[in-house]
Ligand binder design. Structure first.
Ligand SMILES: *Cc1c(COP(=O)(O)O)cnc(C)c1O
Length: 402
């Protein structure tokens, strides 16, 4: 079997006219050779030479590469990860449908399921992924249309047993595999029906594209296309080209980010001022068994809880020099966030706890800097937060990070 690292290099090369680099087809429309040809193009799903919202050759090259990486018959790109998730949920569920979804999910997904779905008469049951059998127990035979999981999950790196999920009979099983990337796991091989990615993250990998993608059986993808062409969350050919270029180097980038995150996780665990560290590489992970059997790489994202709550969290954020405060992950720069004072600032302690976020939680996305440099920066900032002070501002060093 060919390794995914090789597929990331060889896939998505149809229709390139010999160019090794992916080509941008910027055109929103295409000249018809005859009226008959126009009719054929208009009637065919996913055609790439009719009108931009129906399909585009640059976007198709990226879709083909993702389909090959996921072992899927087909893939379809969207204007964002949320565009993809929205199409899956609203494109597959009718009024009266029931969804079982993981409680620990990306914030946008949770808001869509909890806030938008009820308005369309779609009922959602949230389950705790940490409980084995939780999804199966919540499925209502003949009524549950969709089961939606995210693994590893944002921000606490919870893991869901893909074999257990894939064995469910009846509903369409969907996994958001963004954190793992197609190099980390292939959910379809475990019996999952649709795999979703925010390609904005490690796949594109350079913070220069907003893009989503769904892969699965051709029949399901064509059904989703029928909704997507009206939804209009159409992927940009520029973003798709950036993402296909990103896929070519994902192998080395993802390995490097995994290695740095692993080194950080081990250095932080048990250190003074650190209460808990979450990363699939740690033996202390509640599903370390799954991390070993299910993931080829532990990934570049980790989270840790600082003693000293919000105060320590904010002290850490102002003490880092090399790490940048920014949301998103999977890019070249190591990014840190303190959810309690930014993305989740509106939530009380109980709501934070349900989201798996503590007052001193830091989420870190390992970048591509030297591992030793990231390690030194993070450990110094942890020590500074622990000491209740921020590192003394050194103008020369400060210029490096900001
Ligand atoms: C970022 C993210 C999304 C949303 O993707 P966008 O490209 O920002 O729309 C969905 N799921 C996960 C796990 C994410 O990290």
């Amino acid at each position: 079997m060919v390794s995914p690292e090789t597929i990331a290099i060889t896939a998505g090369r149809n229709d390139t006219g010999g160019s090794l680099a992916p080509a941008v087809w910027a055109s929103s429309t295409f000249q018809m050779t005859s009226l008959d040809d126009g009719r054929r193009q208009a009637m065919r799903p996913r055609t790439t030479r009719f009108y931009g919202r129906h399909g585009n050759p640059s976007v198709r090259a990226f879709e083909d590469a993702v389909a090959a990486l996921e072992g899927a018959e087909a893939a379809m790109a969207f204007a964002s990860g949320m565009g993809a998730i929205c199409a899956v949920v609203l494109g597959l569920c009718n009024k009266g449908a029931h969804i079982v979804a993981q409680q620990q999910c990306y914030g946008g997904t949770t808001q869509l399921l909890a806030g938008v779905c009820p308005r369309f008469g779609i009922e959602v049951t949230f389950v705790d992924a940490a409980q084995p059998g939780a999804f199966a127990a919540a499925v209502r035979p003949g009524e549950t249309m969709l089961v939606l999981a995210e693994t590893p999950a944002n921000p606490r790196l919870d893991l869901v047993d893909l074999d257990e999920l894939g064995a469910l009979i009846g509903p369409i099983k969907v996994v958001d595999s963004t954190l793992a990337t197609p190099l980390g796991q292939q959910p379809l091989a475990h019996g999952i029906d649709l795999v979703v990615h925010s390609a904005t993250k490690a796949m594109a990998g350079h913070n220069d594209a907003v893009l989503g993608v769904v892969a699965g059986a051709r029949e399901l993808i064509e059904w989703l296309w029928g909704f997507a062409v009206l939804q209009g969350a159409t992927a940009s050919p520029y973003d798709a080209t950036n993402a296909l270029r990103g896929l070519r180097t994902l192998g080395v980038r993802f390995r490097q980010q995994s290695d740095t995150a692993t080194a950080l996780a081990h250095a932080l665990e048990g250190r003074d001022g650190v209460l808990e560290v979450r990363h699939p590489s740690l033996a202390s992970h509640p599903r370390a068994d799954l991390a070993r059997t299910q993931l080829r790489h532990p990934g570049g994202l980790l989270s840790f809880e600082l003693a000293g709550g919000v105060e320590a969290g904010t002290a850490f954020m102002s003490a880092v020099q090399l790490c940048l405060p920014a949301t998103s992950f999977g890019g070249p720069e190591t990014l840190v966030t303190h959810p309690a004072s930014t993305t989740h600032a509106g939530l009380g302690p109980e709501e934070l706890a349900v989201s798996g976020i503590g007052p001193g939680t830091i989420r870190l996305s390992a970048g591509l800097e030297g591992t030793e440099d990231v390690l030194a920066d993070v450990l110094a900032a942890v020590d500074a937060a622990q000491a209740g002070t921020t590192a003394s501002p050194d103008p020369a060093e400060g210029a490096l990070g900001r």
